[in-house]
Design a protein around this ligand. Sequence first.
Ligand SMILES: [Mn+2]
Length: 238
Amino acid sequence: MRILFISDLHLHSGRSDLTRALLHFLATTAKDCDQLYILGDLFEAWIGDDFIPDDLQPVIDALKTLSNNGCQIFFQHGNRDFLIGERFAQLTGVQLLQDSVVISLASGPTLLMHGDQLCTDDVEYQALRQQLRSPEWQNALLAQSIPERLEMAKQLRMASKTHTANKSAEIMDVNPHAVEQAMSEANCQLLIHGHTHRPAVHQLNDGKQRIVLGDWDKSGWYLEASEQGEQLIKFDLQ
Ligand SMILES: [Mn+2]
């Protein structure tokens, strides 16, 4: 089994180079893998499956091609693309995952998360997250027109920029106790997540490991898991 993990590509119209890099990645590196896990923030914003920007349509098509060719693709929501839903899943062939999932790798049971829920020191963000993830709020938003939703997404992005600019790096990183609790509740020795844009392999107490995926910006990142173990790989964007 060859299993790949990516997250935090933050694809949007202003970064066609990232979209091209993903299309290249799906057609080459990911071509023969058995499973691909996308652990959130594939897109910089997602206002509902009824609005797919033209320049992102090739991503939908490439995911569909890969899944048609026998790769199982799984998608976990990030804090940017939490509105991805069943229609997207049908169009791409991906399977939507819960926010916290345990899978089995050669190294043992492994906990997968986007990672934002582990940043518990950022109390303000956690309150916002609760609102954004509530079905009532989401249904009310999805009932709005596309221009209204685009405006809302723009405001959320601006608010997030102001928010992160005023917060210390520690507050926006994962909280070690939240990590410990999540891993022990899930009974996992390995945790894989994204979100923080701080790619690393952390050795924790009792032989536990936390692997943080990298965001795609100046370079691309993926994690490859096989019988030989896990390898975090950085590569040049074409
Ligand atoms: Mn994120």
